[in-house]
Design a protein around this ligand. Structure first.
Ligand code: AGP
Length: 608
């Protein structure tokens, strides 16, 4: 994780660096720092622990000026959260900011100590700075050549930007399986971990690819591979509007993103639903049908919220398309010896497209005999999209809140469309048409529930001081319960766990008392009678119960009903997600937590 921004400009870069850092804060907010070369050709470095605003206050007081510089927001991996561990790291004339992990840093550190280097931090980044300095001293090469000579010694997935104080006319950027994007200006150029950091200054971008080393000057950019051959990377024009990443009238990005869901889902559906109630995925190309017809098994890999979306779709794929489906946490997929099934198709799901565990799983899957792979992703141009055979965009728009909301519901929307498509190809009658009819209603149904937020706000005031909570559901509502629990724990720090309702009696029932609220997701469906029994088991043990349902049934006083409107079967899991998002949001609001930037987390987890 961590966010990098760097610039070489005609004007003072301070504003560009600090504004860019603010936009990158979603990648880590343990500490931040910047370093520039000032008019006197000296390095000025400012760093501090805590949010980027603290750094900005510090920087503003110093009134510094420079036209080349780097900045960084950190999510701690090597070493505690401290000023010493904050980037940029410096070795004499070499300044480095870095994202990712160096796997052989201990060996290199030991070697560099024998060469007389003194380490002031515990970071792998300082190791890189000293290594480059040592190499340059030895060879007297330019910093670009030094980097080309050194990259073989650096093991791991990372990206970095380097400045040599003795040549303050260029920035050197290195991309090793971790994203970096060049922003093109007029007489000035920029580089960042994500285009979002640069959208207020340019719309023209160039993505670096694995192994690229870019020399970025004010007026020109040259990209080399490690054998010193010049490489051309395509210039793209970004359509993302700068305005869309502002909070607007909302208190938090998470709140904004919850309320954006009807529009995000409309965007997800746009141009994919035909008038005759069929689905088209034009972006998959002509091979799509042939390929999908061959699928005998689906294997889905993802992390966190994206994993929960995958879990919902397992129920759909199996019940609606009769295709066996297994879902796996990406880090586990990469941690075991795999045996792919015959005619199995791999799907990865990710909001960011940069999650290291998911990427590593995709790379590992390529050694096995999958029919192919597809990613469902929100970030066009991300590494996952680039490395996958097929790509379906969730079109959710930029999501800033660390707790995923609209990316979850749009992932489910894409998955449901995929289910419809496969059902049609497998000649399972009517499923596609029914799903399309349901999907057409989804945005309005979500608007309906969002307009009734008061209901959820009231419950949040009853629950915000609880220490533990359980979420239960059956069938595809079990992963919805998982998502509800994940949202709550992420932003309110309340310990929350999800269980398949039927599993409660096999152990967790022992936890039940009046202090542990149990959230039950129980819409009217074929499993309702069973879940009613589970509710009885809890209520007769004096548990405090909140049932989210379109039904009310006669129960004891300790059972509270949150009555929701009836929603069509296929889209109901997506619909029931919304009140749980709102519940987590209002509980965290009552607790006055940092909702968009919960402690210890980052939006994009680019380390394994
Ligand atoms: C969700 O609220 C999380 N912040 C987190 O679990 C996230 O879903 C996970 O890290 C996966 O991210 P991705 O979708 O970008 O791959």
């Amino acid at each position: 994780m961590c966010g990098i921004i760097a610039a070489i400009t005609q004007r003072n870069i301070i504003d560009i660096l600090t504004k860019g850092l603010k936009k990158l804060e979603y990648r880590g907010y343990d500490s931040s720092g910047l370093a520039i070369i000032n008019n006197e050709k000296n390095i000025v470095r400012i760093r501090c622990v805590g949010k980027v605003n603290k750094l900005i206050n510090k920087v503003n007081k110093k009134k510094i000026f420079g036209t080349i510089g780097v900045a960084h927001t950190r999510w701690a991996t090597h070493g505690i959260v401290s000023k010493e561990n904050t980037h940029p790291h410096i070795s004499s004339n070499i300044i480095v900011v870095h994202n990712g992990i160096l796997e052989n840093d201990a060996l290199l550190r030991d070697f560099l100590k024998t060469q007389g280097y003194i380490f002031r931090s515990n970071t792998d980044t300082e190791v890189i700075a000293h290594l480059l300095h040592w190499e340059q001293n030895k060879t007297k090469h330019s910093i670009k050549n030094v980097i080309q000579d050194s990259v073989n010694k650096l093991h791991g997935n990372y990206s970095m930007v380097v400045i040599d104080k003795n040549n303050p006319l260029e920035l050197i950027a290195v991309c090793s399986k971790s994203p970096l994007i060049i922003g093109l200006g007029i007489g000035e150029n920029f580089i960042a971990s994500d285009q979002i950091a640069l959208l207020n200054i340019t719309k023209r971008f160039m993505y670096l690819e694995d192994g690229d080393i870019a020399v970025i000057k004010k007026k020109d950019i040259n990209i080399f591979n490690k054998n010193d051959f010049i490489i051309h990377r395509k210039e793209i024009f970004s359509n993302i509007k700068y305005k869309t990443v502002k909070k607007g009238k909302y208190r938090h990005y998470m709140e904004k993103e919850i309320y954006e869901q009807p529009v995000s889902i409309k965007n997800t559906l746009e141009n994919r639903l035909n008038k005759n109630n069929t689905i088209n995925f034009l972006e998959l190309g002509k091979q799509e049908d042939v390929l999908f017809c061959k699928i005998e098994h689906i294997h889905i890999v993802a992390c966190g919220t994206s994993y929960n979306a995958a879990m919902v779709s397992k129920y759909w794929f199996e019940s609606l398309t009769n295709t066996p489906c297994d879902v796996e946490i990406a880090s586990e997929f990469s941690s075991r010896t795999l045996a792919a099934r015959k005619n199995s198709f791999l799907i990865t799901i990710s909001q960011s497209g940069e999650t290291a565990d998911t990427l590593s799983a995709l790379r590992q899957s390529k050694k096995l005999k999958y029919l192919g792979n597809l990613t469902i992703c929100n970030m066009e141009g991300s590494t996952l999209v680039k490395e996958s055979d097929y790509y379906l965009s969730t079109n959710a728009g930029i999501e800033i809140g660390v707790a995923s909301t609209k990316s979850f519901t749009t992932q489910l929307t894409v998955l449901l469309m995929l289910v419809a498509k496969i059902a049609n190809l497998k000649k399972i009658n009517n499923i596609e048409k029914k799903i399309v009819k349901n999907l057409n209603m989804l945005p309005n149904r979500i608007t309906e529930i969002l307009e009734n937020k008061q209901l959820i706000k009231n419950i949040a005031t009853q629950l915000f001081n609880k220490k533990h909570m359980l979420f239960i559901g059956r069938g595809e509502y079990y992963p919805i319960a998982m998502e509800g629990a994940l949202k709550l724990k992420e932003i309110s720090y309340i310990h929350a766990e999800a269980y398949a309702a039927g599993e409660l009696k096999h152990g967790p029932l022992a936890l039940i008392d009046k202090d542990i609220p149990v959230i039950v997701i129980a819409p009217k469906n074929t499993l309702l009678e069973k879940i009613k029994k589970n509710i009885k088991e809890i209520s007769s043990r004096s548990g405090l119960i909140y049932v989210f349902s379109d039904q009310t049934f006669n129960y004891e006083e300790n059972v509270n009903f949150i009555t929701l409107p009836y929603v069509e079967t296929f889209i109901a899991p997506i619909f029931y997600t919304i009140p749980l998002q709102l519940l987590a949001y209002y509980i965290a609001l009552n607790k006055n937590k940092n909702i968009d930037k919960p402690r210890h987390l980052a939006k994009s987890v680019t380390v394994e």
